[in-house]
Design a binder for this molecule. Sequence first.
Ligand SMILES: CC(=O)N[C@H]1[C@@H](OP(=O)(O)OP(=O)(O)OC[C@H]2O[C@@H](n3ccc(=O)[nH]c3=O)[C@H](O)[C@@H]2O)O[C@H](CO)[C@@H](O)[C@@H]1O[C@H](C)C(=O)N[C@@H](C)C(=O)N[C@H](CCC(=O)O)C(=O)O
Ligand SMILES: Nc1ncnc2c1ncn2[C@@H]1O[C@H](COP(=O)(O)OP(=O)(O)OP(=O)(O)O)[C@@H](O)[C@H]1O
Length: 506
Amino acid sequence: MRLRNVWNALRNRNILLRQTIDIDIDAITMSGLESNSSKVEEGFLFVAISGYKHDGHDFIEDAVNRGAAAVIGEKDEAEIKGLQEGVPYIQAANSREALALAASRFYERPDRKRTIIGITGTNGKTTTSFLLRDILEQAGISCSLFGTIANFLNGEERKAANTTPDALQLNRMMAESNDEVIILEVSSHAIEQYRVEGIQFDIALFTNLSKEHLDYHGSMEEYFSVKRKLFNQLKPDGKAIIFTDTDWGKRLVQELGDEGIPAVSAGRGEENDFWLKNIQADEEPVFTLRHDENDYMVSLPIPGIHNVYNAALAFAAAKELIADSSTIASGLEGFKGVPGRFEMLRHPCGARFIIDYAHTADAVQYCLSTARRLGAKRIIHVFGFRGNRDTGKRGTMVASSAKYSDQLILTFDDLNGIDPAEMEAELHTLNNQESGGKGIVICDRTSAIKHAWDHAREGDWIFITGKGPETYKTPFFMPADSDKAALQLLNKEHDSIKPAKTADSY
Ligand SMILES: CC(=O)N[C@H]1[C@@H](OP(=O)(O)OP(=O)(O)OC[C@H]2O[C@@H](n3ccc(=O)[nH]c3=O)[C@H](O)[C@@H]2O)O[C@H](CO)[C@@H](O)[C@@H]1O[C@H](C)C(=O)N[C@@H](C)C(=O)N[C@H](CCC(=O)O)C(=O)O
Ligand SMILES: Nc1ncnc2c1ncn2[C@@H]1O[C@H](COP(=O)(O)OP(=O)(O)OP(=O)(O)O)[C@@H](O)[C@H]1O
């Protein structure tokens, strides 16, 4: 592709500052695009990103030595080392934005060739995207799905490093996809970091908003305003579909309406386009959705009122693509679930163990209150906190757990570089301040799980939350690399595992 095409894309968006080496860019073609210097090959355009850990401008020399034909950066040329004659340096106002626009152009606007569905919100993105994919696929519509669990395209599964891939990988995968629909989980980090910039969506969904990532966004208002940007990236005939049971959802519908952006609402009030009513929140919930004066009865094979909300949203989105509502309802009935989201295993005594990815106070409340509603005799909650992330939400998570559980066991999650002693001290402080005397601390995660296992009684619902299906980053006492593997090991070798370190001995 001619470099001129990318240059035009940047100029059209007014982010071009200047082209500092005077060269005829029409003469330059680019054979590839990269933001990581170590992957640059002969003839590539290299985009230097000022990152959180590294400054890509420091790697321009490396990129040029590997054959870069041109470089885009955001710093002034006077600050750049390693540029060579014949290699133009194009200065943009923002490199991440430039990368996204360049990628979209280089891969020939893949968003225009497929139906693109973006899902944002604090909780429920993954579950809603899986629900929607199951509905569409059961109706014979092929889907790619890019999200936290993995990236799925053309029937293959690829590992995902982020909830939303970076702009380069995203546009590349969209171009590679032969599927009719692409479902994309859109995190607030992704929007802030321009990973979805330049993409226009056919449908954009909003699940909810609750306290999360405030270390990154500063305030709820700011967090909302970032999420909201997604809804300004709809195609001219695109649709916003909003779940309205949070004030943030109601506000979004109102604000989009004021801007003339068509929004379809789903929620428990009669005023919604998809009115969710008659909810029987059993282990397999049943509910009715009223739309266009018709009632559709749906049953869902996963528990939790939060999953009913997710299903209502998926139903509303599917309705944009599938006319026959009974096909949508049967897609939901056949839902296969999501790894590590309300995933249930049984203890030999009959107690239930649930592995769940809850990592907000809101999610904890939804999970534990589901168990209470379904008649749990005791609720035990095993969880911890990812190191180096949003420390502000921890107190409310413990308080929420204490409110809905009978006992909580605070343990290690992924330490993410934090000193174990520091995390241990934090767990004790949170336990003393927020658990209402219901908590203990067992730092080793597998020992905490074993403690719960050993003390399980018939009628207990025991939640292990925070990691879902993720593998452990550090080894724990038991030879298991995930919560599920630990439970499976306990189930298999119940008697041969030695007593674990307890709170007192740790
Ligand atoms: C803090 C953060 O958000 N970092 C994200 C950011 O990294 P970065 O671009 O700043 O990376 P960096 O390491 O500083 O490098 C800067 C540049 O130097 C380049 N470089 C570096 C070394 C070298 O030798 N040569 C070279 O060219 C790099 O390729 C890069 O272009 O941009 C990358 C590409 O988009 C992301 O993968 C990365 O996510 C990290 C891994 C991360 O953990 N992010 C979390 C916070 C996140 O984004 N989470 C959300 C989900 C949140 C949720 O809802 O739970 C997500 O979407 O995953
Ligand atoms: N609609 C909802 N409202 C509140 N909590 C929810 C909702 N849906 C799911 N949850 C809770 O949030 C957890 C994460 O769900 P899910 O993975 O679907 O959300 P997500 O938005 O994709 O999160 P992440 O981006 O962190 O992966 C679930 O395990 C559940 O505890």
